[in-house]
Design a protein around this ligand. Structure first.
Ligand code: ACO
Length: 350
């Protein structure tokens, strides 16, 4: 770990929740309305199905449900939270922020609230921003929500994009953890020159230079693929070096879930086997800022991620943007134990 000042508190994730909508959309659903087939989608991406939000369900709604899951697991988890960050590329509105809408519905009215827009890098970016807010003395604890209703902003007749994306949300509280645990280092970056590889029009019709954007997500898949493999490999290697670690120290690589072939290529660059990473894109597709917390939550619930393990978080997204983070998993809080869901069920049944 790089040398933190002795007075600097150690910060990490102290609570975690998730939500995915009920509606399951298998690959075969796309066959009827576009020139594609289920086998092509699975073999080229690893995705078998994804979840779509209900017609009346938007990003703040799925975000709130992820926070409620966190509260079910640990009713005290939001105590001391005085800032809320929502990482999203599919906000309910430009204003009010989706973060403010979520805060209002989970009892955090009055807390600072803002959205963070780095697409699929957003959740890990937001962890770093949350750490900064706390270290600066601007917040005691921060609620970070990665929430998306991508099905609303993707053209469901465009085979380049429709097959890739799903809806979902993850929520984490960032706060003090015992010494030796929690966040070590982050590397973040962005390059607007890659803006035309992944875009969605809002106010301006064009990007600087004149590139015309459309009203639903547009993507140059091959360019994003090449960028992703490079960005994940480079930023992951840099953050490990910054923390004084090597790939041999890593228990789990937690990657953004866009395409299993991108994850395989990144693991190959790290010289690590696929057994050192967790993949759930087969069931959820690419949920942008929600992928990393969904993987963390499911990894803990499955008993894979356990107390004291070394994690490497890596993500890339629109911007183009990239982020990597090192953290020692702290499993000491009530919502971070693998059996908390089983315990709740037992309490419900009792
Ligand atoms: N079904 C059937 N065929 C298709 C489909 C489809 N849905 N899409 C493309 N094809 C065809 C192409 O037309 C092409 O045909 P051709 O050879 O006759 O020209 C062929 O399949 C191969 O096309 P490629 O684009 O080379 O396919 P590739 O193997 O690169 O896979 C994919 C495409 C899945 C989009 C891949 O490039 C990818 O995953 N890129 C990264 C995308 C990504 O990660 N996006 C999310 C970014 S994160 C964020 O911030 C939102």
């Amino acid at each position: 770990m790089s040398d933190p000042s002795p007075t600097r508190p150690t910060l990490g994730i102290t609570a975690l929740g998730m939500y995915v909508p009920e509606r399951v959309v298998p690959n075969s659903d796309f066959e009827a309305r576009m020139d594609t087939n289920a086998d092509w989608i699975e073999s080229r991406t690893g995705i078998r199905e994804r979840r779509f939000a209900a017609p009346e369900q938007y990003t703040s709604d799925v975000g709130v449900l992820a926070v409620r899951d966190l509260l079910r697991r640990d009713p005290q988890a939001l105590q001391g939270v005085d800032a809320v960050i929502c990482a999203t590329v599919s906000p309910d509105a430009l204003m009010p922020s989706t973060a403010a809408l979520i805060a209002m519905q989970v009892g955090l009215t009055g807390a600072a609230a803002f959205d963070l827009s780095t697409a699929c890098s957003g959740f890990v970016y937001a962890l770093s921003v949350a750490q900064g807010l706390i270290l600066a003395g601007s917040a005691r604890r921060v609620l970070v929500v990665g929430a998306e209703a991508l099905s609303k902003i993707v053209d469901q007749n465009d085979r380049n994009t429709a097959i890739l994306f799903g809806d979902g949300a993850g929520a984490a509280v960032v706060g003090p953890v015992p010494a030796g645990y929690g966040f070590q280092d982050f590397i973040m970056g962005a390059d607007g020159n890659g803006g035309s590889s992944l875009y969605l029009r809002c106010v301006a019709p064009t990007l600087p230079g004149g590139f015309q954007m459309g009203d639903s997500v547009g993507m140059n898949g091959r360019e994003v693929f090449k960028f992703a493999v490079r960005a994940l490999g480079d930023s992951g290697t840099q953050v490990l070096a910054k923390s004084g670690l090597t790939t041999a120290d890593v228990d789990w690589v937690i990657p953004h879930q866009a395409n299993v072939r991108i994850i395989e290529a990144a693991m190959d660059r790290f010289g690590l086997p696929m057994s050192k990473t967790i993949v759930n894109l087969d069931r959820y597709g690419n949920t942008s800022s929600a992928t990393v917390p969904l993987v963390l939550r499911e990894g803990v619930d499955a008993g894979q991620i356990t107390d004291g393990q070394q994690l490497l978080l890596i993500a890339f997204g629109g911007g183009l943007s990239w982020v990597a983070g090192t953290m020692k998993w702290w499993g000491g809080a009530p919502s971070l134990t693998a059996d908390s869901k089983a315990q709740q069920q037992a309490e419900v049944n009792a």
